[in-house]
Design a protein around this ligand. Structure first.
Ligand code: FES
Length: 619
């Protein structure tokens, strides 16, 4: 019997899709290339995938009833992951549900390193053979390279096969491309000075690619994308679960990430006016799950105790095998990992900040979707990972969104007047991580959120700050604080900070703060010993340290000890591209860092519960 299909039109694009009976709207939208927010990966617990079915919406499921307000249900909102298509329908995707282009941080520190790339392209003038000089073509080429200072090289049999024809075509005047210790192919000498590499930071939420001229070490272009895998869950655990649930899930996630990386390659090459065929190497840093999904290594061991990765080593693979569209004989180097939840991105942060080379006790925080924490000195480095990020990236927050146009990114109190700022100064659409921290800090300061995180109006609020008191809605049952009224927003609906949002912030900052405490204890140091707090990652660079200190996300150090180091993981990837010797250092760093597995420490729960409290302004 033919499969029953339905016509679904996604608005505002008007994209028509034929959807098999019973498929969820979330899956259908993904197939149509429309990437919706789906932080929980389709489990009906995050409310990220809100869509509107204007005509005769199906009855709400239990998850819809739990996640959506009465008002939203009346406006025909449903969760896309909960609606199974049983008939033709029109579906509207609200702006805040889309995985839009967000502000992606591409700058980072990065110590200067000597130019010693793994790829070299050398123009040669070889003497043609004669009866007096009967060296083989391969020896002739190797001798020519040795004269240029490149000795001890090899030529693979594939290259030798085409060598005689190629040398004669080029009249013994080739440009030899050497990757590592191997001659990979011969090119025309005219392009001998075009030799590039791409360094990738493959994050859970964002991908950044830096095109680097390997003859000078200079960055030639940069491009970024939202990681399209985010449509399958916004944290690594959700993606690992997705791979476990769907037979070809891992393959699909690989296709998405390599597709986005190829888009980045095309974009940086366009910007620098070069061809992808003169890009000969790529370096990649990423967390363990991103690394494994890209290399098509199994991820199931990462997600369940005892949390074991398939491989923590650096890997070198051919670009063609990986599907990366640089020169087909190019190579891809993936940096080594520390542990299941502390990946090569952390190794990149350490290399870029030079934590392994000295500078007193330093604490590096990479507050991405997962929070990675490194503490230590040249002698000893400790690292751990916490589930910190989703809330700060807008997930699991009622009106949360990523840092894109219209996101409230700053909240200040001027007396009892609330002052908001939005990205691009556009009408408000939702609340991003920095705005979330600011909003919570402001409410803690105003006494509206208590030390334990309870949102309630203190008895004197109406007299002391009537304008703030008027923003509290929902009473004791489901309190919320109106940040932007309906007439101030793009959607025509108010944007609230809810009690549940405050809880999410407590969980995230509690995990981060407890992780820091655990590392300090394991190191045998106190907060006062920290010489510098280095804030890395997309989110870290935009937060205001005073606010993060106010809510206890950062340990109580003087604000001038907090340094922004930008996309340090990406800077580490660039350094690994420019200097091949650093790859050995990266191996040593990855092996030398002591991983502290928080879930295995009995004291973690106690510290976590304690760290969920907000420091009180008057204490
Ligand atoms: S509620 Fe639908 S993806 Fe989370």
């Amino acid at each position: 019997m033919a499969e029953k299909v339905h016509r679904v039109v996604f608005e505002p694009e008007g994209r028509l899709l034929f959807v098999p009976d019973g498929e969820t709207l979330l899956d259908a939208a993904r197939r149509a290339g429309l990437h919706l927010n789906a932080p929980c990966g389709g489990k009906g617990t995050c409310s990220g995938c809100r869509i509107i079915i204007p005509h005769e919406p199906p009855p709400p499921t239990e998850a819809c009833l739990r996640e959506l307000s009465g008002e939203e249900l009346r406006r025909h909102l449903r969760l896309a992951c909960q609606v199974r298509v049983r008939r033709d329908m029109r579906v509207v995707i609200p702006e805040e549900t889309r995985l839009g282009d967000q502000k992606i941080l591409t700058d980072g520190v990065g110590r200067s390193v000597a130019l010693a790339p793994n790829v070299r392209k050398v123009a040669l003038h070889l003497p043609p053979p004669s009866v007096q000089d009967q060296r083989s073509d391969a020896d002739r080429l190797l001798d020519g390279l040795a004269d240029e200072g490149l000795s001890g090289l090899e030529i693979g049999v594939k290259v030798v096969r085409e060598l005689p024809g190629r040398l004669r075509d080029l009249e013994f005047h080739p440009a030899a491309v050497v990757v590592g210790r191997e001659v990979t192919h011969l090119e025309r000498p005219a392009g001998a000075d075009a030799c590039y590499g791409v360094a990738f930071d493959v994050g859970t939420t964002t991908l950044v690619g830096y095109l680097v001229d390997l003859t000078t070490g200079r960055q030639a272009a940069v491009a970024s994308r939202t990681n399209p895998q985010a449509a399958y869950g916004d944290d690594v655990v959700a993606r690992i679960e997705y791979c476990g649930r769907k037979k070809d899930g891992a393959r699909m996630l690989y296709d998405l990430v390599i597709g986005a990386m190829n888009e980045i390659v095309a974009e940086v090459c366009r910007k620098a006016a070069i061809k992808p065929s003169v890009v000969y190497e790529a370096t990649v840093v990423g967390n363990t799950t991103m690394n494994h999904l890209l290399l098509r290594l199994p991820v199931d061991g990462i997600g369940r105790a005892p949390f074991v990765a398939a491989s923590a080593s650096a890997h070198g693979v051919s670009a063609r095998d990986l599907g990366l569209r640089i020169h087909p004989r190019g190579r891809v180097y993936t940096a080594p990992l520390v542990a299941s939840f502390v990946g090569a991105d952390t190794v990149g942060v350490i290399l870029a900040t030079g934590m392994h080379t000295g500078g007193g006790l330093r604490l590096a925080l990479d507050i991405g979707t997962n929070g990675e924490i490194v503490l230590g000195t040249r002698e000893r480095l400790l690292a751990c990972s916490t589930a910190a990020g989703p809330a700060f990236e807008g997930a699991r927050i009622r009106y949360g969104m990523r840092a894109a146009t219209g996101a409230i990114d700053r909240v200040d109190l001027d007396g009892d007047r609330l002052v908001l700022h939005t990205i691009d100064e556009a009408p408000a659409v939702g609340l991003c991580g920095t705005g979330l921290i600011d909003a919570v800090a402001a409410l803690v300061r105003a006494g509206i959120v208590s030390a334990s995180g309870l949102m309630r109006a203190p008895p004197d609020l109406a007299a002391r700050a009537p304008a703030l008191a008027a923003r509290l809605v929902g009473g004791d049952g489901d309190p919320g604080f109106v940040l932007a009224a309906a007439d101030e927003t793009q959607t025509g609906h108010p944007i609230l900070l809810t009690q549940r949002d405050v809880r999410e912030v407590q969980l995230a900052k509690g995990a981060m703060a407890a992780g820091i405490r655990m590392l300090l204890e394991a190191f045998g140091a106190g907060v006062g010993d920290i010489r510098e707090v280095l804030l890395a990652g997309a989110f870290g660079n935009f937060i205001r340290p005073e606010r993060a200190l106010e809510i206890g996300l950062l340990p109580p150090v003087p604000p001038d000890r907090v340094q922004f180091v930008g996309n340090a993981a990406g800077a580490g990837a660039r350094m690994l591209l420019v200097n091949r010797d650093l790859r050995r250092v990266a191996d040593d760093v990855a092996r030398g860092v002591e991983h502290v597995e928080l879930s295995q420490r009995p004291e973690f729960q106690g510290l976590f519960a304690e760290a969920m409290f907000f420091p009180q302004p008057d204490v």
